[in-house]
Design a protein around this ligand. Structure first.
Ligand SMILES: *Cc1c(COP(=O)(O)O)cnc(C)c1O
Length: 347
């Protein structure tokens, strides 16, 4: 039996894309001969060092298999079971992790905070925290924010500071879900340190699966105190890779020459191109500002169905009534233009 992948690059998810050449080359390199298991190998050491270089600080770095594990386990290390975690109502932590943060923390309640365009409204933090202050309700302990957000939007440095100030006022620790952190850094043109530890982030789930790796996300503790015994937490959760070098070598591949930012910038640019060609078309309504690698649009149902019929893949379940068009590190101009031409043709 011959199995084919789709030759046409799709807009379904950035995890539809393959492995980028830099990651693939490093993987092949790591496959030459033997290395010590469970992360005590030179690739893992180098990947962690490169991450410390990226953030310009001596952070603690761990590698897990996916983003759900990175988020759940890092949040668990911020909270006791009687604590609660505040996050946006559309946050992956709430909508797409099957209760992982609650489970791995041993019962921490997730409390939802509203806000436009996928971004937490800082004023709403106080409201949620002060909703109940008695012993009979979980005590808020962590704020989880997503950068770039699930709506593809960004917190500017100023917005981030305001949000984190609001959290600190109530003694909340700060977690950042950075499944698309690279896209945020590329779009904002800031140093990674500026939008993380210098702004008060305690721990970051640093994703790269959506930016050209096959598997593996990093958990980066800027507050090193909170990393105590995190290795045990990972092991117990089934997140310690025995052949760790195959998770970490690709990180070396994308970090050592800046490929991670080039790929993210390309994905962002393709979304910009797509947004530009859809903007102004009749019956097409752009839902959020296009700031990273996704375009959210409202389209009539017959148009959506006709696009699916023409073989295009994209999601309609991420936010109600909207189509999410996601660009990847390898999305080409031709695909963007072809998709836009099909939409134009149908409206
Ligand atoms: C994709 C994604 C994750 C990670 O999801 P996994 O499928 O568990 O790897 C986390 N947060 C956000 C915002 C995501 O989009």
């Amino acid at each position: 039996m011959k199995i084919h992948t789709d030759n046409r690059r799709q807009f379904g998810s950035d995890n539809y894309a393959g492995i980028c050449p830099e990651a693939f080359a490093a993987l092949a390199e790591a496959n030459r001969g033997h290395a010590v298991g469970y992360g005590n190998d030179p690739w893992t050491e180098k990947a962690a060092r490169l991450i410390r270089d990226v953030f310009e600080t001596e952070c603690e770095v761990f590698f897990v298999f996916n983003g759900t594990a990175a988020n759940s386990l890092s949040l668990a290390s911020l909270c006791a079971p009687y604590h609660s975690i505040l996050c946006h109502e559309y946050a992956h932590v709430e909508t797409a992790e099957c209760g992982g943060p609650e489970f791995f923390s041993g019962g921490s309640k997730v409390q939802l905070v509203p806000g436009a365009a996928g971004k937490i409204d800082p004023a709403a933090i106080e409201k949620v925290v002060k909703k109940r202050l008695d012993l009979h309700y979980p005590k808020p302990r962590a704020l989880s924010l997503t950068q770039a957000t699930e709506a593809g939007t960004l917190y500017s440095l100023a917005e981030l500071r305001t949000l984190i100030d609001a959290a600190r006022q109530f003694d909340l620790r700060v977690h950042m879900d950075g499944a698309r952190f690279a896209n945020a850094v590329a779009a904002l043109g800031v140093k990674p340190a500026e939008i993380t530890w210098r702004a008060g982030v305690d721990v970051l789930s640093f994703g790269s699966t959506k930016n050209g790796l096959a598997v593996g996300e990093a958990v980066v503790f800027f507050n090193r105190e909170l990393a105590r015994e995190f290795d045990y937490r990972c092991k117990q959760a089934g997140q310690l890779a025995s052949k760790m070098r195959f998770v970490t070598a690709p990180w070396v591949g994308i970090l050592q020459d800046g490929a991670w930012l080039r790929h993210a910038a390309r994905a962002n640019a393709m979304a910009q191109r797509l947004e530009k060609s859809l903007r102004g078309l009749p019956e097409i309504k752009l839902a959020f500002p296009c700031q990273t690698n996704s375009v959210f649009v409202e389209m009539p149902k017959p148009v959506i169905e006709a696009l699916w019929q023409r073989g295009w893949k994209f999601y309609t379940h991420v936010s109600p009534g909207q189509c999410r068009l996601m660009c990847s590190w390898d999305t080409m101009e031709e695909e963007v233009d072809q998709f836009a031409a099909d939409v134009k043709n149908l409206v």
